[in-house]
Design a binder for this molecule. Sequence first.
Ligand code: GYE
Length: 306
Amino acid sequence: LAGCGGGEGGGAGDSITVGFSQVGAESEWRTANTRSVKEALAPPEFNLRFSDAQQKQENQIKALRSFIAQGVDVIAFSPVVETGWDTVLQEAKAAGIPVVLTDRAVKVSDESLYATFIGSDFVEEGRRAARWVIEDSEGKPGPIRIVELQGTVGSAPANDRMRGFKEVIGEDDRFVIVRSQSGDFTRAKGKEVMEAFLKAEGGNIDVLFAHNDDMAIGAIQAIEEAGLKPGTDIRIVSIDGVRGAFEAMKAGKLNATVECNPLLGPQLAQLIRDVHAGREVPRRVVVEEGVFTQDQAEAELPNRKY
Ligand code: GYE
């Protein structure tokens, strides 16, 4: 049959062949994001080649090179870290393959190396977390001692959330960030690093700011194992708004979560269609999101889609 299984450059019929390099499967956010991307980039319209980088940039660079060699129509990827992409993106450009960034941004010398970027405003998420801490600490005297669980070192969400948080918390001199270390966005690492914080600081921690919910959930375990009450002895705010966070809030163990929507699939698919058709696209598409607290958790839980 004409158009069936044919086509050059690895394409299948008239469908758009997309090479997608995902960060990994490190968090609830990420698994929801993967699901959304796979659902949106489904056949017959799309022919998706999906690759999981297991949180390693070298794996992503390999995946991108293999997509280029296969001659996919469009490359989409969520970069693990911000820097180090110039060479491979130049290779994609030389091959005439447009690149759409999703979720995380890159720092490159030449902006024409990618067509567009869809993702959240991570700096604003960090600011929102800090605003919640300030509100929650109304009337409390300083010093208020904060520990921070950072995301993956060098990643856009870790860099930006840290920056936004510091910017706002720095306006109130009651607050001191006493410890700050990466937990790589995972529960296991979040727990491990929190154990170290507790060991070093004893009961001298007032607030935990975690760059994602999974690390907060891991840390909650560490706090309980240390004989303290998470959410009470240590106030906790994290980012993402995944189901696990709402459950922890319902149980009184997490105080607030700043929403970061992972359901980027449909908007990503539209950008890919546009880029593939040569239509003009905005350089930056921002995802809209909010903040949720313990008192809203029970009512909001049934509405959550991730
Ligand atoms: O917050 C975290 C995930 O890049 C926004 O990556 C994403 C972050 C998200 O591992 O849970």
